[in-house]
Design a protein around this ligand. Structure first.
Ligand code: SF4
Ligand code: FES
Length: 365
C-alpha cells in the first residue's frame, strides 16, 4: 500500500446552495439540501484537523460559499492556524462590506468565476439576470480590499469564441491570474456534454490565442490553461494523483478523494465528524483504491509517464469507459481514445441540445 504524505490542500464544499444554474457544475447531480450542511463548529474542528495534518491551503467552495452566514468565522478558523484561504465564488451574493469583512477575517485570495466575456453569455449560462455587471463590480471590491484576484473562465462551445475577450476582461478587472478552463465532463457537464462540446478547430484557435497572450502579457497577467481532454493526446495528472494532494469535503461531511468521486459507484466514503480527517486520509478504502501506481493495468503499468500523470482522471475513465480503473481515455495509448475523439467530433457538429440547468431534482429525474 502507498503511504501518503500530508495533503497539500482541502477543497471545502460548504454548501450546494447557489443562485446560479451553470450546466457544467462540478457538484454531484444529487444536490444536498441546506439542512444536511455541517455546523460552524464542525468546520472549525475540520480547520484544526487539516492544519494538524499538514494542509497548507483551503479552497472554500460550493455551490456558493458566500451563502453561508458563518463564512467569516470559518475563514478565521483556517487563518488562525496559518492555512492559506482561497474563496471560490460566483460573485453575485456579497456586497462591498461583506467582501471587506472576509478580508478582515483573514481571507488570502479570491477566485471569481465568470461564465462569459459578454453579459448575454454570462446570463445564458448562469441564468442569473444582471449577473455579469454584479461580477464586474464584485471584482472591483475584491481589489479594493487588497486581495489578489483570479478570474476563472469555464470554456465550452457557447463561449470558446470569447477567449480573446476574456483576456481583455481580466486585464480590465485588474486580475492577477486568468484560468481558461476547458470544461471537464463529469456530473452535470457529462449530462450536458452534447450542448457544451466545442469543435476541434475552435479549440485549436483558442490555443493560439492563449499562447500569444501569454507571451504578450508575461509579468502582467498569468494565464493558466486547462486542456480540453476530448481533443488531447495525453491526460492531465488529475488532482495531482488520487489521494495524493487534496481532500474534498462535501457539505454534509462526506470526505472524498476528488469532487467527482461519487460518480464512481463501488467506492465507500467516510464522514467527518464521525471520523477524523487523519483517519480518513490514511485509512479510507476510497482514498487507497487508486493511490500510487500499484493499481494500474496496462498500458499505464509499464508506461514511463505513469509517475507524471498517474493514469489521468479516474472519474473520466469511469464516465467514458465504464471502469474507473481503466486508463483515462484522453490518453492516446488507451484503447478507448479513438472512441472519445469520435464522440467529441460528432457531438460538436450536431446542433446543440438545450441545457439541463443545475438545480435540485433536474439531474436525477
Ligand atoms: Fe499516462 Fe497511462 Fe497514458 Fe502512460 S498510458 S501516458 S501513464 S495515461
Ligand atoms: Fe475525479 Fe479526476 S475528477 S479523479
Amino acid at each position: 500500500m502507498t503511504i501518503p504524505g500530508p495533503p497539500i490542500g482541502l477543497l471545502a464544499e460548504l454548501t450546494h446552495r447557489c443562485p446560479l444554474q451553470c450546466p457544467y457544475c462540478s457538484n454531484p447531480k444529487a444536490l444536498l439540501k441546506a439542512n444536511t450542511e455541517l455546523s460552524t463548529e464542525t468546520w472549525l474542528e475540520i480547520a484544526d484537523q487539516a492544519a494538524d495534518l499538514g494542509a497548507l491551503q483551503v479552497h472554500l467552495s460550493g455551490g456558493e460559499p458566500t451563502l453561508r452566514t458563518d463564512l467569516a468565522e470559518i475563514i478565521a478558523g483556517f487563518a488562525r492556524r496559518g492555512v492559506y484561504t482561497n474563496l471560490i465564488t460566483a460573485g453575485v451574493s456579497l456586497d462591498r462590506d461583506g467582501v471587506a469583512r472576509l478580508a478582515t477575517a483573514g481571507l488570502d485570495h479570491v477566485q471569481l468565476s465568470i461564465q462569459g466575456a459578454r453579459a448575454e453569455t454570462t446570463e445564458l449560462i448562469g441564468r442569473f439576470k444582471g449577473g455579469h455587471e454584479r461580477k464586474c463590480t464584485f471584482a472591483g471590491w475584491v481589489r479594493e480590499a487588497g486581495l489578489p484576484l483570479t478570474i476563472n473562465a469555464p470554456i465550452h462551445r457557447h463561449n470558446i469564441g470569447e477567449v480573446a475577450e476574456f483576456i481583455d476582461l481580466a486585464l480590465a478587472l485588474d486580475a492577477d491570474r486568468l484560468e481558461i478552463a476547458n470544461v471537464q465532463y463529469y456530473g452535470w457537464a457529462y449530462l450536458n456534454r452534447g450542448a457544451l462540446m466545442p469543435e476541434r478547430d475552435a479549440v485549436a484557435r483558442q490555443v493560439d490565442i492563449v499562447e500569444a497572450a501569454r507571451e504578450r502579457l508575461a509579468g502582467v497577467l498569468t494565464i493558466d490553461f486547462v486542456t480540453p481532454d476530448y481533443y488531447a493526446d495525453y491526460p492531465k495528472p488529475c488532482m495531482g494523483g488520487w489521494g495524493a494532494d487534496v481532500i474534498t469535503i462535501s457539505p454534509d461531511g462526506t470526505v472524498l478523494p476528488c469532487h467527482a468521486a461519487m460518480t464512481i459507484p463501488d467506492l465507500e466514503f467516510e464522514r467527518v465528524p464521525q471520523k477524523t480527517l487523519a483517519e480518513i486520509w490514511t485509512g479510507s478504502s476510497a482514498f487507497n483504491r487508486f493511490r500510487g501506481t500499484e493499481w494500474m493495468a496496462e498500458p499505464c503499468r509499464s508506461c514511463p509517464r505513469k509517475e507524471l500523470d498517474f493514469g489521468g482522471c479516474r472519474c473520466q475513465a469511469m464516465a467514458v469507459t465504464g471502469d474507473a480503473a481503466n486508463t483515462d481515455p484522453a490518453c492516446i495509448l488507451s484503447p478507448h481514445h479513438d472512441m472519445m475523439a469520435e464522440i467529441a467530433e460528432a457531438e460538436s457538429r450536431t446542433t446543440a441540445p438545450d441545457f439541463i440547468y443545475r438545480r435540485i431534482g433536474a439531474g436525477t429525474a
